[in-house]
Design a protein around this ligand. Sequence first.
Ligand code: GAR
Length: 216
Amino acid sequence: MAHQNDKNTAQQQRTNLAIFASGGGSNAEAIIHYSYRTAAAFRVALVLSNNSRCGAMERAMMFNIPTMHISSATHPNADDYAQAIISALQEHNVEMIALAGFMKKIPQEVVRTFSPKKRSRVFNIHPSLLPKFGGHEMYGINVHRAVVAAQEPESGCTVHEVDGDYDTGTIIAQKSIAVLSSDTPESLAARILLYEHELYPEVLQQKAQEIQNDRL
Ligand code: GAR
């Protein structure tokens, strides 16, 4: 009986998630909204940004979620930068990380710290069907410009594990949509963003549940 109670407590304890974001923060907000669902398996413990004035930080503050600004400006030394991120995450008991429009490379040390049993608990969303249109400089509207210029019949979004390089980790989920002949990079970006807001929280929910099960 005691064992059963322990199990229930562990199941009820939500997985602590940190969101890393640099931009407008619409994905961050979608994740925060999802976290308020009764059945959510995660709570947003921290929003971290390299840009103290970005929309993502403002949105987090509106929800009274702790925020932290860490960048090469606050920590010019690369080791100090990585250590500051790890300390912030440990301080907030973070168990998994969601990059949501975070435009900086994650230090290897952070990925290693959050990859128990060699499974990364750092996730990213990218606005294309990876491995197409990923890599350095491929972010935000640049991705959609390249897709439209290449006259791709379809595009979409991808959630993947982060392995420390740009857009290369194991793919977890994708949503594809048709690219219309009338699409501009902006119209495509807007349409895909709506699917990002659905796909990303669902994947995080599944990953948070896996972490809860690992605790048992
Ligand atoms: C999103 O479309 C996200 O997929 C993309 O940046 C946008 C951020 O929007 N990320 C990348 O391109 C990563 N390579 P948001 O700040 O409104 O969530």
